[in-house]
Design a protein around this ligand. Structure first.
Ligand SMILES: [Zn+2]
Length: 74
């Protein structure tokens, strides 16, 4: 049975891989417009998050829903 350190290590590794995948993705794969609301993605956000496909508002909303799903399992 995996202990807490194993689980934390696996999560950190997965997170790191996801970040690296995002960083190595060509910038052209990022979106100029949010794929949710269609608004232009702020240049600062695109620079900070290459490959971002949602504007900050929609990303926050997405993460809130994802966190709620993870907490409640719904
Ligand atoms: Zn949006």
């Amino acid at each position: 049975m995996a202990d807490l350190c194993d689980i934390a290590g696996a999560l950190a590794e997965r997170e790191r891989a996801a970040i690296l995948a995002g960083l190595t993705r060509p910038a052209a794969e990022g979106a100029d417009a949010c794929q949710v609301c269609g608004e232009e993605i702020d240049a600062a956000r695109r620079a900070a998050c290459p490959g971002a496909v949602r504007c900050a508002d929609c990303q926050n909303d997405h993460e809130r829903r994802r966190d709620r799903r993870l907490r409640t399992g719904v």
